[in-house]
Unconditional design. Structure first.
Length: 365
């Protein structure tokens, strides 16, 4: 007789690890293989877009295999509560780590090289992640990063999961073309990774404030690159966060550049320890943030020039003035549990809610 306390007669659910707009993640025990896993449970009250996102994340992760990505073990979309069984990462999120303060330059180089290598693998298979941010990056006990939450990922040339005049993502890390509702390419992930690495170095988000303010700010000014960074790193971050997608390097070029500055460092140094060596006291962390996003309604606007980077914040070779199409009136951005239409009228430029999402728990550095 089936055990009703087991999910799919196999997985014994445990503590809640995190929750998001359309799903929650719990620690679980695989009673067949006798191992701990993380299970993402999708709520039954879902619309068609949520169903497609679950199916999208399941199929995307199943088609990818890389040490820098969270592995998917099993999935079932047919039941009353669709679920996905994922690798359980013992540790914390990069967001938790940044909360303790800025990271060392060498550590950021190694972290960035590993994440860029993972993104290169994702892009090489034709996918765009679309939501690279600290809370979607898991760090195990050795500091090895894993890129998680592919609910918003899609093939670069596939149909959108939202209307053509909408963009879903997190305001603080949106690329300029995402803010405008333009064409999405792998360059949006490179831009977001650049902001993530900059946040690791400074300890704070580059574009703070309400969603509208954070999203539109990058159209008016480039990120401030600290002038005490090594020249090569400052130049790379400036190129990664260029307003024009054509100026940004590929993820592969980013990984190579970060590795070239530190010859002993290799992505291969980020190896996973056997599970038996992970300490029991480590906090279990896995992202539950799926489906939750920001909706940006695209509107046509006259062109104007974005100001050049301040002379005191970037090396001479990286300063530039780029002509861009900038909305005269900021576009409305609304964080919702699922992708919905923004209000038809919004006279002011206010936004509400937090730009980031995801929840993890762990220990201090």
């Amino acid at each position: 007789m089936p055990d009703r306390q087991l999910l799919a007669d196999r997985y014994r659910l445990g503590e809640l690890l995190g929750t998001g707009g359309v799903a929650e993640v719990r620690r679980a025990r695989d009673t067949v293989l006798a191992r701990d896993v993380a299970i993402k449970l999708f709520r039954s009250c879902r619309d068609a877009v949520d169903v497609r996102r679950f199916d999208n994340e399941m199929r995307t992760l199943a088609s990818l295999s890389h040490p820098g990505l969270v592995a998917v073990y099993d999935a079932d979309a047919s039941g009353e509560t669709p679920f996905m069984v994922l690798e359980l990462v013992e540790g914390r999120t990069l967001r938790d780590r940044i909360a303790y303060g800025p990271m060392d330059v060498d550590d950021v180089r190694r972290l960035g090289a590993a994440l860029a290598d993972a993104l290169s693998h994702v892009h090489g298979h034709g996918f765009v992640h679309r939501d690279v941010k600290p809370s979607n990056i898991l760090l195990d006990d050795d500091g090895v990063p894993r890129l998680a939450d592919f609910g918003l990922a899609r093939l670069a040339d596939s149909a959108r999961l939202t209307r053509a005049d909408q963009v879903v993502g997190t305001a603080a890390y949106l690329a300029p073309e995402q803010v405008r509702g333009g064409e999405l390419t792998s360059a949006v992930d490179v831009y977001a990774l650049g902001l993530v690495l900059l946040e690791c170095l400074t300890g704070h988000r580059e574009y703070e404030g309400a969603e509208i303010e954070a999203a539109v700010a990058r159209l008016h000014r480039p990120p401030v690159i600290p002038d005490d960074l090594p020249f090569d790193l400052a130049r790379l971050l400036s190129l990664m966060t260029a307003l024009s997608p054509a100026r940004r390097p590929s993820a592969r070029e980013c990984a190579d550049a970060l590795l070239a500055a530190d010859p002993p460092t290799r992505v291969e140094t980020f190896r996973r320890r056997p599970r038996g060596l992970l300490t029991a006291a480590s906090a279990a962390v896995l992202l539950a943030a799926v489906g939750t996003g920001l909706v940006v309604q695209n509107r046509a606007a006259p062109a104007e020039s974005a100001p050049p980077a301040p002379a005191t914040t970037q090396p001479q070779s990286t300063r530039q003035t780029v002509q861009q199409t900038v909305p005269q009136n900021p576009v409305p951005v609304v964080e919702q549990p699922t992708t919905v239409q923004p209000p038809a009228q919004q006279a002011d430029n206010s936004g509400k809610g937090k730009a980031g999402k995801g929840k993890g728990k762990g220990k201090g550095p």
